[in-house]
Design a protein around this ligand. Sequence first.
Ligand SMILES: C[S@@+](CC[C@H](N)C(=O)[O-])C[C@H]1O[C@@H](n2cnc3c(N)ncnc32)[C@H](O)[C@@H]1O
Length: 248
Amino acid sequence: MRFFITYSQPSVEKKALSLSKKLNLELFDDSGIYDTDSFSSDYFLVCKSERLILKKGLRKNAKPIFCDFDDWVSNYDDSLLKKALKGLPKKFSCLDVTAGFGKDSLEISKSNNCHSISLLEKASWMHALLQDGLENVTTPEAKELTMKFTLYNIDNLTFLNSSIKKFDLIYIDPMFYGVQRSKAKKHMQALRDLLPELKQEGLLKECLNSARYRVIVKRHKHMNYLEDLVPTRSVEGKVVRYDLYNIN
Ligand SMILES: C[S@@+](CC[C@H](N)C(=O)[O-])C[C@H]1O[C@@H](n2cnc3c(N)ncnc32)[C@H](O)[C@@H]1O
């Protein structure tokens, strides 16, 4: 598996070149390439005039992967996560220490009680997709929710260790590497393919020190508790489980 940056039309070549330097990704020129099948397991960050997308393989019909906040506002609903948010104070602040595509952050922002949410993402290409997703929000509903977002391209432990700020809620969604590939949706599969498997020691303990009311950890339902710390309680669905660590 290789990871390149490319562009769809000459007008965005400059943008692609500058992103290639910034993200340290090789610029790929697909002109004259007919054997698209030999790139089927590679990933491409594609600069288009309208937005930035991620795609697996070079086929024209490969599904684009991007942060589609307009769609997720109305067509995605995680009732389990909503349950996990019950009991938080009015105007709560949230820190999502593993932002990814920002889908869970958007879900949290749908709570009327959520006032602000800071998203930490270490992978620069993922942060670029998040930033682009925010710039391309068009519906009033998605605009209202994503106004609560502040993005940071930073390692979460670096952020936590250098910040004295407390957050009412801290949300952790570590990668589920042990889970069968066929069951992962294309967004999550792309993250698994592109990110090295790294175990982060001490993240939950650090989050417990920086949270005022609760830390929520998303787990696959068969997984052990993160860092073997027993939660206050869990809400469990068919596939995932949210472990709730209430402070005091
Ligand atoms: C499972 S994904 C999160 C998916 C996210 N909840 C969503 O709704 O799209 C985990 C994300 O955490 C990021 N990540 C992993 N280690 C990190 C670290 N040390 N600091 C910040 N982000 C990290 C990964 O790059 C990845 O995007």
